[in-house]
Design a protein around this ligand. Structure first.
Ligand code: ADP
Ligand code: MG
Length: 702
């Protein structure tokens, strides 16, 4: 199969160049102006754009259109409407009006609103987001024109992830431009955050998947003894990609390229059957949309290959989980990356100011940043002895850390460590220039040359929350810096002082060592850095005064919007765990305990039979096995009953925050207590009787 990337790339996108071709010049100019600088388009213009969009989509085979949005479920939503108009004389015209393009009113009552909208007051509106291009999606139900939209309530409160994201981008744009002007930059008109998310995932054979109720209902295994082999040989990472997986990747790339998503990097990850895909970075809002589409496309394409794509953060215990590294930078429309230190960061005052703003932002709002990466599946990674740790710190690398140290210690003149050469000692290999910094895989927030990599986000989660938070907290520090520096008489002196002050005050957030070590946990506590083990510990910070003030100041979230989001996080946490607990109860009662009883009965019968046939035979092995199986069986049954009773009690609670807390403190340990004897049984019971595919079957037979 050969693919010409440049021929298929973006063919399913109603891009700016398609608009240029298909729209009258005046209309095109009006649309581009609003896309770049905001404002409203007239209804006449909207009608013309809608018609052109419909014609283009119909040529692509589209029969329906949808307003495509990102409600607070964290996934995307769509309701398809056909282009049909009322038939006359058995004939119909296809139509998309400007009004249909610009606004929709889905029945909003079934989307989570966290109390922002009572069900009897269900109005919610979707409104065209012109910053993200429309596209067609080819699905088994037909080809659908997708119009990216925001989703707001009757009162204009955000019911989605997109609205606050766009607000946060506007905030950082305005504040960064203020700072740039102070440095004499008069050309830049816009500053945009760019994002490149690296997406990790697992693949599993679909037939085996369908035999596991836990994978079907929860996306992860709730039981399972370790396979004899795990990831200890380090032979998976960057290993040769198996044929079936390779065919999936090739197909996936093609689908993504058609959607204008620049999927570029693909490789095997650390755990068996774990892989990664990374696109080329793009503007923050587009990156969020594209990541949602990528996840959805992965799932769809996997099915075609007899596979299932698991985006869960922790499908299997005992091997690595999956995350999403959110690479983030800010740059101007004139092409300047504000996070590029250049060769002489020590002399680059603007870079040092931006850096001190980021250090301050992350230190001031570490809890909020941690909260932005909190989702139920991520509980198994953050704060659970797995990468990355739940403590937020920043890795700068030797060169920059050294510059910061010199600034903090008031060195007379700031020097920069030379990048150096890398000589392998092999004569035929050229000596290459080394990067100024090495990497640190254990840091949750690492500087990697000209961007920060926020590594905490979960693999199944939207990257919207992380980027809203990053944009907002950095906008706040840029704003505070501009407030001070705009009043300064001697700009250079004031700027140097500000950098010194902020770096000194927030120096504690920098950590270049091993983030997984116990020493770091103790050291972080000594430094006063927060260590929030769980989502339920982090959510209160979403509604803390400091957060309300931050988001209110930049018009990103109102207090009630934040309260709604906190409520939804608690609710989702409790609901997901309820499903997990119920699934465990189901599997233990219907699969595992009956299988163990069958095995014990068979053992008992064989003991009697052998004893009858040969009274002097040594039956100690069979008997010992029967004793062991019976003991684990009774432990499993005890734990099952305990989980049932506890679940009933916790589910009767009214308050969402309390219920989430009870799930965390009581149900999670009860679930673990049930898993232990069942996993023990798996190691004892005959493979023929064991009712579900094992870890070995799932991870090594893909
Ligand atoms: P790694 O070596 O960590 O895998 P890469 O350089 O391959 O890092 O980049 C990982 C991701 O970061 C990719 O999606 C890439 O496009 C993105 N990226 C690179 N430069 C930037 C930047 N300046 N801003 C945001 N994202 C970036
Ligand atoms: Mg990376």
């Amino acid at each position: 199969m050969s693919v010409n990337i440049s021929e298929i790339f973006g063919t399913n996108v109603f891009s700016v160049s398609v608009m240029r071709e298909r729209l009258p010049k005046k209309v095109y100019n009006e649309v581009v102006e609003v896309m770049n600088h905001g404002g409203n388009i007239s209804m006449t213009t909207a009608d013309i754009v809608a018609n052109a969009m419909k014609d283009w989509a119909v040529e692509k085979g589209a029969t329906h259109y949808t307003h495509w949005f990102q409600p607070l479920t964290g996934v995307t939503a769509e309701k398809h409407d056909s282009f049909l108009t009322a038939p006359q004389d058995s004939k119909t015209l296809l139509q998309l009006t400007g009004k249909q393009l610009i606004m929709g009113e889905p029945d909003a009552s079934s989307f989570p609103s966290g109390g922002l909208r009572a069900t009897h007051y269900a109005r919610g509106y979707t409104a065209w987001d012109m910053t993200s291009p429309a596209f067609v999606k080819e699905m088994s139900c037909g080809t659908i024109l997708c119009i990216p939209t925001i989703f707001v309530s009757y009162n204009g409160e955000a019911l989605d992830k997109k609205t606050p994201l766009l607000r946060s981008m506007e905030a950082i744009n305005i504040q960064a431009l203020r700072v740039l002007r102070l440095f004499g930059n008069a050309q830049a008109e816009k500053v945009t955050p760019s994002v490149g998310p690296e997406q990790e995932y697992f693949l599993v054979d679909r037939e085996k998947y369908l035999k596991r109720r836990d994978l079907i209902y929860t996306g992860r295994t709730l039981f399972g003894a370790p396979a004899p082999k795990g990831q200890e040989l380090d032979d998976q990472y960057f290993g040769v990609i198996r044929e079936r997986v390779g065919a999936f990747m090739a197909d996936l790339n093609e689908e993504l390229w058609k959607l204008g998503i620049p999927a570029t990097t693909q490789h095997n990850e650390v755990a068996p059957a774990q892989h990664e895909l990374a696109p080329i970075y793009t503007a923050c809002n587009l990156a969020v949309d594209q990541n949602q589409l990528t996840m959805e496309t992965m799932k769809r394409v996997a099915t075609r290959h007899g596979l299932v794509c698991l985006l869960h953060e922790k499908p299997y215990a005992g091997v690595n989980g999956s995350g999403k590294h959110n690479n983030w930078s800010i740059s101007t429309d004139t092409g300047e990356n504000l996070l590029d230190p250049g060769d002489t960061p020590n002399e680059n005052l603007q870079f040092l100011l931006v850096l001190s703003c980021i250090l301050r932002a992350v230190d001031r709002h570490a809890e909020l940043l941690r909260c932005s990466a909190s989702c139920v599946g991520n509980e198994h990674r953050l704060g659970a002895q797995e990468a990355p740790p739940a403590i937020i710190s920043i890795f700068l690398g030797n060169q920059l850390e050294n510059v910061v140290e010199q600034i903090v210690s008031n060195a007379d003149s700031i020097q920069v460590l030379a990048a150096g050469k890398l000589d392998s000692g092999v004569a035929s290999v050229p000596v290459i220039k080394k990067d100024a910094t090495d990497r640190n895989r254990t840091s949750p927030f690492a500087f990697t040359g000209n961007k920060f990599e926020f590594r905490m986000v979960g693999s199944s989660d939207t990257i919207a929350d992380a980027n809203i938070t990053l944009n907002a907290i950095v906008a706040e520090s840029l704003c505070d810096a501009a407030d001070i520096l705009e009043k300064a008489e001697d700009f250079n002196a004031a700027c140097t002082k500000l950098i010194h002050d902020w770096m000194t005050r927030h120096h504690r957030i920098i950590f270049n060592g091993n983030g997984y070590s116990d020493q770091w946990v103790a050291e972080a506590a000594r430094r006063g850095l927060p260590n929030l083990h769980s989502l339920v510990d982090a959510v209160p910070y979403l509604v803390a005064d400091k957060t309300v003030e931050l988001y209110g100041k930049f018009g990103i979230y109102t207090k009630s919007e934040l309260e709604a989001r906190a409520e939804i996080m608690y609710e989702t946490y409790a609901k997901v765990l309820r499903i997990e607990a119920k699934t465990m109860i189901h599997m233990a009662a219907k699969h595992y305990i009956p299988a163990a009883i069958t095995y014990a009965t068979r053992l008992g019968q064989s003991i009697s039979a052998v004893a009858g046939a040969c009274p002097e035979a040594d039956l100690s092995v069979q008997k010992e096995l029967l004793v062991k199986v019976s003991a684990q069986l009774s432990m499993a049954n005890g734990a099952l009953e305990a989980l049932k009773v506890l679940s009933g009690r916790v589910d009767a609670m009214d308050d969402m925050a309390e219920m989430a807390r009870a799930y965390h403190d009581q149900i999670v340990p009860a679930m673990k207590a049930l898993r232990v004897p069942v996993d023990e049984l798996e190691l004892l019971v005959d493979k023929d009787i064991w009712p579900v595919p094992t870890y070995g079957d799932l991870m090594f037979e893909v």
